[in-house]
Design a protein. Sequence first.
Length: 233
Amino acid sequence: MDFPLLAGLEYQTTILLKLLLAAFLGALVGLEREVHGRPAGFRTHLLVTVGACLMTVISEHYFIKFNSFDSSSALRLDPGRVTAQIVTGIGFLGAGVILKDGQTVRGLTTAACLWVAAGIGMAIGVGLYLPGIVVTLLSLLSLLVLKRFERFFRRDRYRTMIINAAEGSLSRSELITILDEHGLRMVDFSMDRDCVNGEVRFDIVVVQPENVPGEELANTIAELDQVNRVRFR
């Protein structure tokens, strides 16, 4: 079969321009992540947008190449399957940059950037140039400009306190009273008793308002009798 449209120079040039535009837009988003030292930075976002664009073009190419087949043909095509798998694949890639350290989760913004980068590449791949450019600008606005406004919002933080004390020296009610005096609220509590050494370990998760220092609480508990160790993070 002959497909002059697919072999034409104009068609091939259009595809190359799509890939270059996708690479440029992805690089813009990735540059911000690179500057802030994130694991998925300049090169990763560029590759994601270019890859998504290429796979979308291939999906479109199949549709153009085999558009003569109808519902009665043995071969049936669904161009949306390729693009749907892009979204699934980016989900696995985004999960790789999300890290959890105690109560702190890092990498969510970078994972979202990879997801958006794939969408930008797909938009350019199907010829939606203006939406792809607008989404890139909105992403940069969110990363560069809106981030500066976050400092004006009062945010609560989840902190973990680990206390090692002699058995019988502290109780849950006493800890709650101390936390209340320092403006902190307990959201999780666990206790581990070491019967051999006569020591108890308390693992407490508290909500700490941004304007409430946690160092004072750690110092207060450390000064209590029979408290061996305090860790506040």
